[in-house]
Design a protein around this ligand. Sequence first.
Ligand code: HEM
Length: 297
Amino acid sequence: MSHDLGATEAGSDTPNLDFAGTTPYEDYVQADVLTHLQHLRSDDPGEMVFLVTTQVMELWFTVIVHEWETASAALRRDDVPTALDALKRSLREMAALNDSWRPLSGLTPAQFNSYRGSLGEGSGFQSAMYRRMEFLLGDKSASMLVPHRGAPRVHAELEKALHEPSLYDEVLRLLARRGHPIPAEVLDRDLTQRYEPSSEVEAVWTAVYGAQEIGPAAGQGAPADGPVAADAELLRLGEVLTDVAELVWRWRNDHLTATRRAMGAKTGTGGSAGVAWLEKRAGKTVFPELWTARSHV
Ligand code: HEM
């Protein structure tokens, strides 16, 4: 946004100081709201960064969900350039999200213990926005709605996301519309269930990847400029999705490592086995056929 927050005084080049009510910056950013949402539960000085890092990550989840929903809607109307733009923005946002592990990455068990007790049963497992990210990736699960039964707005948003096609479903529908043999049982699948890899989908990606070399504009951070041949566009889409998958994997692994450092093999505040449970979660492959197809190209 612009830092030119108001008209300057006549003849002066200093910023405007005179506002009748709250500043236009406040009206837009709501910084006063945002910076007073840190309700600490302990006297430990290290709790602040734990809470704010979690809040910052929630905000990034929100931005990333917005990008992936933008991409899904664009794919639905065959607007691949808009989808690519949104997905590429999300790559930079995911890189920033992943960098936000840094303040917590060296937490020792004693430091974490100083406020861990005051978290009660609170756990990131109960993050609805993270769950919406997973749903968009195709990792659907109705049971993940259960913790949110008591929060009507959150529950309604999650329920809607559960029934909608994931980002990957939209990609597979686009591939089918472009003449690729995506099986009917994949296209008509029960959208509320976790996406299961299909050998036919793997063969489609193998064909897309085998068809031609990718141009220099593909991949992370590249602009989606200029007209591209229809199949080159699909290859570009495949590569951006692979970048997304890789950055999700990194987030999960950085979380796992920070957890292992901060609490070893203790059980989680959310009631899981902790690191052992997170290891299984981190082992899941995002957009599976985009990885397995590579063995056949
Ligand atoms: C170093 C500090 C952290 C530790 C020790 C930790 C620990 C854990 C543990 C043990 C779990 C498994 C569920 C449970 O039993 O609680 C979990 C899940 C989770 N945590 Fe953290 N966490 C930390 C920081 C964060 C932060 C900053 C976020 C950001 C929002 C976060 C988000 C999540 C999410 C989304 C899950 C669910 C993962 C899934 O469903 O696969 N965690 N965490």
